[in-house]
Ligand binder design. Structure first.
Ligand code: BGC
Length: 931
């Protein structure tokens, strides 16, 4: 091991809110400080936040041997190494992620400055730079203001189409003047504006978040947002203003397409705390001294139908001191939404990019259609000049009809239309605030004159999650599908994972993202978002243990099926495996137990048949169908529910062991055994060699969950292979349930070539088929081009299944070992499939960046890998003999940093520590694959 150039750069991750990031004094920021925040949905509301850091080192075998955390109330104290809040002293060990704060009790508004010292293999200390976080408002009594708003709809323009049905209040504008009399040392605003809000101080928008705050069940939980606004204040007269949109708090629909929780009229709670240098304090809070109007430019808004903006009604200076608000009303003190106020600890939604249109047509005189070239989520920025009173209408769609006009049938009742009325007098630029659309095409009508490509820009809007990896390979179709998946996944982040972004639905359907969430963790840092979604599930849980199929339960579907709510048990496993985050398991364990206990009551003779949706969306026999009617394609409720419940029990057994609950572990383990016995007795046919009707999914699930007795595994696997090869001719035959395991089951069984077939097919049903039909995202249905529009979105990600997991874990060979989770130990076993020539991928793990780039040609395998400090990897390098392997040009036996374990199945098994390595293996066995 080379110790001489061992230098650790330490990157701190506090469990910070983005607010805390904003308060870090820029001068203190080290270049490497990446304050993206780590899975801590408790965050600044938590009196025990968790601290993480990440080390960077090019050295081989770099390890932290000990660490010391210091947390101080001031920067000055921290600089003197005085951790007056917490000083852990030197603690031996490698833990660098999720260290629970255990210092002095933290109080509301507390500023905490921290740093860590890390000792390397040579016991040499390395200090990190400083990071900080600020605690939120921890006690209900900290909130001094009232919720304010208007408890009536006034002469609001309720809807453009069907008043009874589409609910679209005008936006409400609120304001208040205040005076700043002394020198300000710090000013902080805490606020929650439901359903959606924008905050202004002295005419300037505070923060760059949009569609804020995040979605919750407002009866249970309400997010508040915090900003440091010191720089927004000025001495003398100031004004604060808030615009309230409807969001889901004034629900866009209440009866159709499903009964929806209506909540209430929009409302605001705000607290601005101004601290002066003389130690005094001033509070500006929401109360009945505020003024309110609904007579501003946003005349109607909701998420499905769009926004109507009349620029002639703009109120210049409305959020500045000196504005004449005599015609505004007094705000009413209204009832609180009821839910617990919690700091929003997920990244906010932002405009994360823009797209220029690629084409403009005029299918009918005066009707212009823009093509953005990409099915995207967000809205458009319109640039226009024309006479006052001209109304320009922007309607959004995913597809076109053959005559070049918009295809709207699959949006169902969503109007997806923004209307802008000009004020006249020059160039006007408009972007809506309180709506969003899923679209590739935009139809413009009413435009004064002829628009050009420059008249419109697509604004991409989603949760602003950090990219967690990139994958590319020699196969163009795989790269294209991967791009479609990335667009689809991020477009469906709306402070919860949604099913779709375009029609009158956009709900957090649990089933769509259970195991699939693991694949998403390779694309984005999803830890906080999914931690928040678990909280949504716990909030949605009834006293009897039942969990809604949709969370937050805007559509309250408590159907007690197994597969959809099982996400409450499965997603914590993703967070555990990928981030070593035990906190979500720990926090939600009681809720999971309650659900397991409830569902156990439905077990009859070892079988549970509670299913509602089947293996949702298998490729149907008739291209027009949404759901197959063919019993051979369907998988029975008993197979789906029992195998999933068995899997959940296995996970619960592991969680119980992790949390040191041996009695629970035994109870869940025993129940799992009973299910396994009954499953095999009742659903397995020893004659046929498969379960039930032997559909692809009926083979995949028992194999994936280890339900099949070992003597029968081969037969069940062969049945799966026959179904795929003979019946489906190398095509997928699974829906959303089977698809979440399919590629990995095939690969583990030695048929990665079939998974490769799925990935490269261009005939129906396949992702490549979607691409060939022009898709730039993933469809809801394998036959999205021909099926009925009633349930046919062009941007759903549930059919991605385990494909992304397969790309990273099985093609790139970057997989976290569940026995040492969070990529503490990495298993690198890339599959050499089909004509694949190279793969290049990286993933940012909690320990740092992992890379794998391999290339094969003429019987040689060239592999570069990077393992981060504190991690180790077992690599499976294709090889005919150890003598044929070099690392960095040196014969492998002579390389000290590697430990050759053995040669098995045409691969050399090698242990490595951190660092970068370049292996070349000559004359690799062909393994039956084409080269
Ligand atoms: C949604 C799906 C969801 C399903 C369950 C659909 O309308 O779009 O994604 O899982 O309903 O019924």
């Amino acid at each position: 091991m080379n110790q001489t150039n061992l230098k650790l750069n330490i990157v701190l991750f506090a469990s910070l809110s983005w607010f805390a990031v904003a308060t870090v004094n820029a001068a203190l920021l080290p270049v490497e400080l990446r304050c993206e925040y780590r899975a801590d949905p408790l965050g600044i509301d938590a009196v025990q936040p968790r601290l993480s850091w990440c080390e960077q080192s090019a050295a081989r075998g770099a390890k932290q041997t000990a660490s010391r955390i210091l947390v101080a109330t001031s920067l000055a104290l921290l600089k003197q190494n005085n951790g007056d809040l917490w000083d852990t002293g030197k603690v031996a060990g490698e833990q660098a992620a999720s260290v629970s704060y255990a210092g002095k009790r933290l109080i509301s508004r507390q500023q905490c400055f921290w740093k860590v010292c890390v000792w390397d293999n040579a016991d040499k200390p390395h200090w990190s730079d400083v990071a900080s976080w600020t605690m939120g408002l921890l006690e209900p009594e900290d909130w001094k203001g009232n919720w304010i708003g208007l408890t009536e709809s006034l002469p609001d323009k309720l809807a453009t189409t069907n008043a009874a049905f589409s609910r679209r209040l005008a936006a409400r504008w609120l304001r208040k003047n205040f005076t700043v009399s002394r020198q300000v040392s710090r000013a902080t605003v805490y606020f929650s504006g439901l359903g959606l809000s924008e905050l202004y101080l002295n005419g300037q928008k505070v923060g760059n978040e949009v569609l804020s705050p995040g979605l919750t069940d407002y009866n249970k939980r309400v997010f508040y947002i915090t900003h440091d606004v010191t720089d927004f204040l000025r001495s003398g007269n100031n004004a604060v203003g808030v615009i309230l949109g409807n969001g889901r708090y004034y629900a866009p629909r209440i009866r159709k397409p499903a009964k929806t929780e209506p909540f209430d009229f929009p409302k605001l709670l705000l607290q601005l705390e101004v601290e002066y240098t003389d130690g005094s304090q001033q509070l500006i809070v929401s109360d009945d001294s505020w003024k309110i109007t609904n007579n501003g430019p946003i005349q109607a808004n909701n998420e499905y139908d769009g926004e109507e903006y009349d620029a002639r009604r703009e109120m210049p200076g409305w959020a500045q001191a000196g504005f004449d608000a005599t015609r505004w009303m007094a705000a009413q003190v209204v009832k609180a939404p009821g839910g617990q106020l919690s700091a929003q600890m997920i990244e906010p939604i932002r405009v994360t990019g823009t797209i220029k249109p690629v084409a403009l047509t005029e299918p009918k005189p005066g009707v212009f259609v823009f093509d953005l070239g990409q099915n995207m989520v967000g809205w458009c920025r319109l640039q226009v000049r024309g006479p006052a009173g001209t109304s320009v209408s922007l309607r959004h769609a995913e597809r076109l009809k053959s005559d070049g006009s918009l295809y709207l049938a699959n949006l169902r009742t969503a109007q997806a239309t923004d209307i802008y009325t000009l004020k006249g007098g020059g160039r006007e630029v408009y972007e809506p605030r309180f709506t969003y659309h899923g679209f590739r095409y935009v139809e413009i009508t009413g435009f004064p004159g002829k628009p050009t490509l420059a008249s419109l820009t697509g604004c991409v809007v989603n949760d602003d999650l950090a990219t967690a990896g990139v994958f590319t390979c020699s196969q163009g179709m795989i790269n294209r599908i991967y791009q479609n998946v990335v667009w689809g996944v991020r477009g469906n982040y709306r402070s919860m994972p949604t099913d779709c972004p375009q029609r009158d639905e956009r709900q957090g359907w649990l089933g769509d993202r259970s195991e699939e969430s693991k694949g998403e963790s390779y694309l984005f840092d999803i830890a906080a978002l999914y931690g928040k979604w678990e909280q949504d599930m716990a909030d949605a849980q009834k006293g009897n243990g039942s969990i809604s199929d949709v969370c937050p339960p805007y559509w309250a579907f408590y159907s007690d099926n197994v597969t959809w709510p099982s996400s409450a048990v499965i997603i914590p496993c993703t967070l555990l495996d990928q981030y070593a985050d035990t906190s979500v398991v720990a926090r939600h364990y009681p809720s999971m137990v309650k659900w397991i206990d409830r569902m156990s009551g439905f077990i009859t003779n070892g079988i549970i048949g509670r299913d509602k949706y089947g293996d949702w969306c298998v490729p149907p026999e008739d291209p027009k169908l949404i759901h197959s009617k063919d019993p051979a394609r369907k998988t029975s409720p008993e197979i789906l529910a029992t195998s999933y419940f068995y899997h959940c029990l296995e996970l619960m057994t592991a969680y119980a062991k992790l949390l040191n609950q041996p009695a629970d572990a035994q109870r869940f383990g025993q129940l799992a055994e009973q299910l396994k016995l009954a499953f095999n007795e009742k659903l397995y046919s020893p004659q046929a060699g498969y379960y039930d009707n032997g559909s692809q999914t009926a083979c995949v699930l028992p194999l994936a969950f280890n339900l099949v007795p070992s003597a029968e595994r081969e037969r069940v696997f062969n049945r799966l292979v026959d179904k795929i090869s003979l019946e489906s001719k190398g095509h997928v035959g699974t829906g959303l349930i089977g698809g979440q395991w399919l590629n990995r089951v095939l690969t583990e069984g030695g048929r990665a070539d079939l998974a490769y077939c799925f990935a490269t097919n261009t005939t129906y049903p396949s992702w490549g088929y979607m691409v060939e039909q022009g898709a730039t995202t993933i469809w809801e249905l394998w036959n999205g081009d021909t099926a009925d529009p009633a349930m046919n979105s062009g941007n759903h990600v549930m059919l991605v299944g385990d494909w992304v997991i397969w790309l990273y874990e099985n093609l790139a060979g970057i997989k976290s070992d569940p026995a040492q989770p969070g990529f503490k130990h990495i298993i690198m076993q890339p599959q050499l499939v089909g004509d694949l020539k190279f793969v290049e991928a990286w993933h940012r793990s909690p320990f740092g960046r992992i890379e794998s780039a391999w290339r094969r040609s003429k019987g040689n395998f060239d592999w570069r890998i990077i393992i981060p400090p504190n991690s180790t990897a077992t690599i499976y390098l294709p090889a005919s003999s150890v003598n044929q392997i070099t690392e960095g040009g040196i014969a492998l036996e002579n390389v000290k940093a590697v430990n050759i374990l053995n040669l098995e199945g045409g691969r050399a098994v090698i242990e490595v520590g951190s660092g970068s390595y370049h292996f070349i293996s000559r004359d690799i066995p062909s393994g039956g694959h084409r080269d």
